[in-house]
Design a protein around this ligand. Structure first.
Ligand SMILES: [Zn+2]
Length: 345
């Protein structure tokens, strides 16, 4: 089968579009003919190499995919050949207490599919295998490309805002990167909960997308002072929740923008991990700093029920042929994408 493969860490030129053997199914696996697979920042981290994470070579990236089941392992029940599915990318052992509690991201054997799996075990290929417990049915009202764009960002955003930060009607939520994949989902979840999103992005094109998705206020961070705008919009009160995934470059403004008793929830740090917090503000303002990592299968299924009802919409910015993964990664590295980039084998 065709796939995008790399054998060592490095720049875009390490990616090869080539033939590799099809995956071999275990008893509890299903094989999917990939109809579409999405781009994520984890693809870039895997290619570049990341301290503390061992990437198994040769590597196929791709943690989001949607497709048809074309084969099932001998021990698989409840999923049949021909089913239209998407993949929940968090793989746990399904035996431990955390997995039993639906907290597979705490499992000692937790792996992100297409990032920590391998060799040659990810979505940027014509076929992919996945444990049957990671299969979720595709809502019939969305396309393959839309389905592929959703799982990782949707479950991540759902967990951050709904499960961790406990978003409530009337909350004001500062959403960084509001034109990107995570941000466009976050704005929609705010709207779903009758919360008021303040969208921050670097261009007017991204901000107009965020407004279309339901953002009530917008801040262009290349022209405006974010903390100052937040003070103006909230009449000096500050926001209830900050949706943070940018990290080092935005963290000081995130903390500064919170109301007394407010919450920052963070799922990543694309600009760097070394962020400073003045602890006097932490205790005086009784702030909550919350971490969040991906989501559970149940988080994904909860969120998908709103996709099925048309209350959360996928946002696909670009559909590229699979062999153009290098172009997709370049677009992401240059911060050019509005919504998700999707590859089609
Ligand atoms: Zn486990």
């Amino acid at each position: 089968m065709k796939a995008i493969v790399f054998d060592e860490h490095g720049e875009i030129d390490k990616l090869r579009y080539t033939d590799v053997p099809e995956p071999v199914l275990g008893a509890r696996d299903v094989m999917i003919k990939v109809r579409a697979a999405a781009a994520n920042y984890t693809d870039i981290w895997a290619r570049r190499g990341m301290p503390g994470v061992s990437i198994i070579m040769p590597h196929i990236s791709g943690s989001d995919a949607a497709g048809e089941v074309v084969d099932i392992g001998s021990g698989v029940e409840g999923v049949s050949v021909g089913d239209e599915v998407m993949i929940h990318p968090g793989i746990g052992c399904q035996q431990c207490q955390y997995c039993a509690n639906g907290e597979e991201f705490f499992c000692r054997n937790f792996k992100i599919w297409g990032f920590q799996t391998g060799p040659l075990d990810g979505g940027h290929a014509e076929y992919a295998k996945i444990p049957v417990s990671n299969v979720v049915y595709k809502p019939s009202n969305i396309s393959w490309e839309e389905a592929a764009s959703l799982p990782l960002i949707l479950e991540t955003v759902w967990r951050m805002l709904v499960v961790r930060a406990r978003i409530r009607p009337g909350d004001t939520v500062l959403v960084w990167g509001a034109g990107g994949g995570l941000g466009t989902m976050a704005v929609q979840v705010c709207k779903l909960f009758n919360a008021r999103a303040i969208a921050v992005a670097s261009s007017d094109a991204k901000l107009s997308k965020a407004s279309e998705m339901g953002a009530e206020f917008t801040i262009n961070r290349s022209e405006q002072d974010v903390a100052q705008e937040v003070r103006r919009i909230t009449e000096r009160r500050g926001v209830d929740i900050v949706f943070e995934h940018v990290g080092q470059s935005t963290w000081p403004d995130s903390v500064r923008s919170l109301r007394y008793g407010g919450t920052v929830v963070v799922c990543g740090a694309t600009t760097g991990f070394e962020a400073n917090t003045d602890l006097r503000f932490l205790w005086n303002k009784q702030l909550n700093l919350l971490g969040s990592h991906m989501g559970s299968k149940a988080d994904l299924m909860d969120a998908l029920s709103f996709v099925e009802r048309g209350l959360i919409s996928p946002v696909v910015s670009e559909i590229l042929p699979l062999k153009e993964v290098p172009k997709g990664q370049t677009l992401m590295e240059e911060d050019e994408a509005v919504g998700k980039i999707v590859y089609v084998p």
